[in-house]
Ligand binder design. Structure first.
Ligand SMILES: *Cc1c(COP(=O)(O)O)cnc(C)c1O
Length: 403
């Protein structure tokens, strides 16, 4: 009797362990389920286009880059699109071209490259807290951080969920600040009927392999400001003018023709990829929506989320298991996950000295970063895989909670 499997499960529950010891169970998946996979177009079609590029004299900044710029500008609903080597270099160039000075307000709950672009320009990042439901920095948090030294707000559309763009624009207008967005996650995201790039002085997108549109590496700067775009076309190319007499500091942030060809071929499939990821995300939501101690990103206004990532936030006390323990269990099940973004920027070694401990506290960011976990989500995942992952997570919560 004392050795029966039922008794064993009861004892494990009583001790706060999962009902079944992980070593006793086979992993849920035999092969690893990757958290993301690049959305790539048909390889045969690509090879044809690569061949065409290799047969012409331009390997960088040529006709394919121009074609990508005009196709992306019309997709994004902006006047100008400037292709660059990465989102990081694009942000660096935009901040410099806008002449930013002093302090720039930025969320702490974001990827390091957002704030790196500021340090490269000698600007001081002022970190603000995020909203617990959207995970984006909110207008109230940003307004409280404005000082006479503030020159800009650098917003981020976290995981593809649009930031509160209208409120941020009003805030920037009222305080005479520049407004720019790190749109690394948000190619194809919309607020109402318009694409996210319609707001602010400029939005910079990333085309690296896990982003909604892929060039291998690359970035796109979207803006309605023709003068800004002209400056950027010069500064991405060392700041060189036609007569080789440099007027402004630039760097080599050009995109190659091969990268442009890859992104051009992917562009017609972006919307379909977003639809598919939204469908899979809705499956996660319906299967995990009522799980105690588990939350997902939620927008207070109608929008289209590119769903670059699917994040869950675990409240350890209510879920009955820590984020780290869940991460380990899912790894044993061959399910790849990521802790985006932990530690948050104001806690990272590089940035600690920029965070004024007597200034704003960031309680939501600090709590959420210890509970956040991104789950597999990409267009190629079968729905069945999502269902099994979600059911596994829900069952771990049930096993852990007391009756
Ligand atoms: C990926 C990412 C970047 C950097 O993009 P690169 O194209 O690799 O420079 C910047 N910001 C955020 C939020 C990102 O996720």
């Amino acid at each position: 009797m004392s050795n029966s499997p039922e008794t064993f499960v009861e004892i494990r529950k009583w001790r706060g362990l999962p009902a079944h010891p992980p070593s006793d169970t086979a992993p849920l998946f035999q092969e690893k389920i990757p958290i993301a996979a690049p959305s790539l177009p048909c390889i045969e079609e690509l090879l044809e286009n690569f061949r065409a590029v290799l047969q012409q004299p331009y390997l960088t900044n040529g006709p394919a880059v121009e074609a990508l710029e005009s196709a992306a500008a019309s997709f994004l609903g902006v006047k100008e699109c400037v292709a660059v080597s990465s989102c990081t270099s694009g942000l660096m160039l935009v901040e410099r071209a806008l002449g930013l000075r002093g302090e720039v307000i930025v969320p702490s709950f974001t990827f390091c490259a957002t704030a790196h672009s500021l340090l490269w320009n000698g600007l001081r990042p002022v970190f603000v807290d995020c909203d617990p439901h959207t995970l984006n920095a909110g207008p109230k948090q940003i307004e409280r951080a404005i000082t006479p030294r503030t020159s800009a707000i650098l917003g981020v559309h976290i995981f593809g969920l649009p930031a509160p763009v209208k409120e941020l624009r009003d805030l920037a207008d009222r305080h005479h600040l520049r407004l720019l967005f790190d749109g690394a996650h948000a190619f194809g995201s919309r607020v109402g009927a318009s694409k996210v790039a319609a707001w602010g002085n400029a939005t910079v997108f990333s085309l690296s392999p896990t982003k909604p549109l892929v060039a291998g590496e690359g970035g796109l700067i979207a803006t309605d400001d023709g003068d800004l775009a002209a400056r950027l076309r010069q500064t991405r190319n060392y700041g060189k003018s036609a007569d080789n007499d440099c007027e402004q500091l630039g760097l080599n942030a050009r995109m190659t023709e091969l990268q442009a060809v890859l992104a051009l071929a992917g562009l017609p499939h972006v919307e379909r990829g977003i639809d598919r990821r939204n469908y899979l995300a809705s499956r996660y939501e319906s299967l995990l929506g009522t799980t105690r101690g588990l939350r997902m990103q939620r927008s207070p206004f109608p929008c289209r989320n590119s769903r670059k990532d699917l994040a869950i936030v675990i409240d350890e006390a209510r879920f009955g298991m820590s984020r780290n323990a869940l991460e380990q269990q899912l790894a044993r099940d061959n399910i790849e996950t990521r802790r985006y973004f932990d530690p948050p920027l104001h806690k990272q070694k590089l940035y600690r000295s920029f965070h004024d401990p007597n200034g704003q506290s960031l309680p939501v960011t600090e709590k959420i970063s210890t509970g956040v976990l991104c789950l597999p989500l990409h267009a190629g995942l079968p729905e069945e895989t999502i269902v099994r992952i979600a059911e596994r997570i829900a069952s771990l919560q049930r096993d852990r909670s007391s009756p």
